[in-house]
Design a protein around this ligand. Structure first.
Ligand SMILES: [Zn+2]
Ligand SMILES: [Zn+2]
Length: 166
């Protein structure tokens, strides 16, 4: 095996192949794959996203689950001092997917309804699922530390690292 790592950026989970079995999905999704989705948030991934997941489906069940962990490092900009800072991300994923069209809305292939995601053709792309989890985990207002002193409103000095004479 060596240091070869599976790139899962284009992985599609096929529910047909999961019937009555569990499959391990371990590897990484390239940081660049998330750039577009994270663009609006101002967040930037500093490393690839590592996943260690298990997809499982009971025999002939209409549902399957995806469980495991997601890990990466994200760079955010502090809302007070405007300095970039790093945040370790370690998330537990536990999601349930239903094979078939969402009865409430049949206009798109994958429909989100509360915690249940309908997958019309039984084929689920992994990347959007991980993207959604990462975006939900981002803080609404990022702070570099709990006691960030911010910028001086008079001269703009970063009060975490210097004092000013205002
Ligand atoms: Zn700050
Ligand atoms: Zn000042």
């Amino acid at each position: 095996m060596g240091s070869w790592v599976r790139d899962l950026s284009h992985t599609v989970i096929d529910a047909d192949l999961l019937d009555g079995v569990s499959k391990e999905i371990s590897g990484c999704l390239a940081a660049a794959s998330f750039a577009e989705a994270l663009d609006d948030s101002g967040a930037e991934l500093l490393e690839d996203v590592w996943v260690d997941l298990t997809a499982s489906r009971s025999a002939s069940s209409r549902q399957f689950t995806l469980r495991g962990t997601i890990r990466t490092t994200v760079q955010l900009e502090c809302a007070l001092c405007l300095e970039p800072f790093q945040r370790q991300v370690a998330l537990d994923l536990n999601r349930c997917f239903v094979i078939g069209a969402d009865p409430a809305n049949q206009s798109s292939e994958v429909q989100m309804t509360l915690d249940v995601v309908f997958v019309a053709n039984g084929r689920l792309a992994l990347l959007p699922v991980i993207e959604e989890e990462l975006i939900l985990d981002l803080p609404m207002v990022p702070y570099c530390r709990t006691e960030c002193a911010g910028l001086c409103p008079g001269c703009g000095s970063n009060l975490n690292v210097e004092s000013c004479s205002c």
